[in-house]
Design a protein around this ligand. Structure first.
Ligand code: SF4
Length: 324
């Protein structure tokens, strides 16, 4: 179903706080983004930039010490932040599915993979045999060889890459409209990473689903995604099409992220990989002015005093920086 807006997911001004020992961590602040129907959107940024908090807030799976303090999350014409928990439970796994970084978090180690693939279809009233056939078909679609014979095997009998494929099979079995992938290739080696990316592209093409893909690896995002959202310390600092981001980068933080991406380091070096100098700001006591100010190599005088607004620098390409 194509949404009236052309976007399957619209996040507007989403803010999340965590309470820890009388301190309030302002983890997300006014995050807005769109996932167009049938497209793949990548969210990138260093560890601690709020990527995982963002997707857990969308799924309403935040820890008990977290609070959504503002914003809207529109999916299928409804604000997910306002739907009753029972409705949210039925959306998860059917309309919206998630792939986690570690497949062992989504697979039960003491239950055969076939049983798990049948169990996830518990809402479906079809016969056991037809659920079994769907499970075998899902395994085949993610490239598990001889799937019917592997139905009785347990997760530990598969390699890491195969386990991630099985976890993907579990998420696609109900043909969700939106797939949220949280660093699904981070725990895999480079060869398996390429295979999983190929698998995700193929699944997106086959089911025409939309994907929100979270990663700290720009090369993977460039390969897989149509659009990119760059996050820093809980804020969106730049967003646009993959072409905009990789050929016309604007925000100083995105520039630095690209310089540090292993796939883009052209000169061999005996020293460690380059990193962005400085640390993430304190999210309890936020600095005044631009959130990236203390680490920015292009800072202006006004940057320390005034937070930049988000400006459109080209159609579909927006940046939060005083340089524009
Ligand atoms: Fe750098 Fe200023 Fe732009 Fe922030 S607003 S990224 S400090 S130039």
């Amino acid at each position: 179903m194509v949404e009236p807006t052309g976007n399957i997911l619209q996040v507007r001004n989403l803010s999340v706080e965590f309470k820890a020992r009388k301190r309030v961590i302002k983890a997300l602040r006014d995050v807005s983004l769109d996932v167009p129907t049938g497209k793949i959107v990548g969210v990138v940024g260093e560890s601690g930039c709020g990527k995982s908090t963002l997707i857990l807030a969308i799924m309403r799976l935040l820890a008990p010490n977290a609070a959504i303090t503002g914003g809207e999350v529109h999916f299928g014409g409804r604000d997910l932040l306002k739907v009753p928990e029972a409705d949210m439970q039925s959306l998860r796994g059917t309309d919206i599915s998630m792939i986690f970084q570690d497949p062992l978090t989504s697979l039960n180690p003491v239950v055969s993979i076939g049983r798990q693939l049948i169990d996830v279809q518990y809402r479906d009233r079809s016969s056991l045999d037809s659920k079994r056939q769907r499970a075998i078909q899902a395994l085949s679609q993610v490239g598990i060889p001889d799937p019917a014979a592997r139905m009785d095997a347990y997760p530990h009998e598969f390699s890491g890459g195969m386990r991630q494929r099985i976890a993907i099979a579990m998420t696609i079995i109900e043909e969700p409209r939106l797939l949220i992938a949280d660093e699904p290739t981070t725990a895999l080696d480079a060869t398996l990473e390429v295979q999983i990316i190929h698998e995700l592209k193929e699944l997106q093409r086959r089911y025409q689903c939309s994907i929100l893909f979270v990663s700290h690896h720009l090369g993977v995002v460039a390969d897989l995604c149509d659009y990119v959202i760059v996050m820093y310390a809980g804020e969106v600092v730049e967003q646009g099409s993959v072409r905009d981001l990789f050929h016309d980068v604007r925000h100083p933080y995105t520039e630095k992220l690209m310089e540090c991406d292993p796939a883009r380091i052209v000169r061999s070096t005996e020293r460690s990989f380059p990193t962005i100098p400085g640390d993430l700001p304190d999210l309890v006591d936020l600095p005044s002015g631009c959130i990236f100010g203390a680490r920015c190599h292009r800072a202006l005088q006004q940057c320390a005093a005034e937070a930049p607004d988000t400006r459109t620098v080209a159609p579909g390409h927006a940046v939060a920086c005083h340089l524009y």
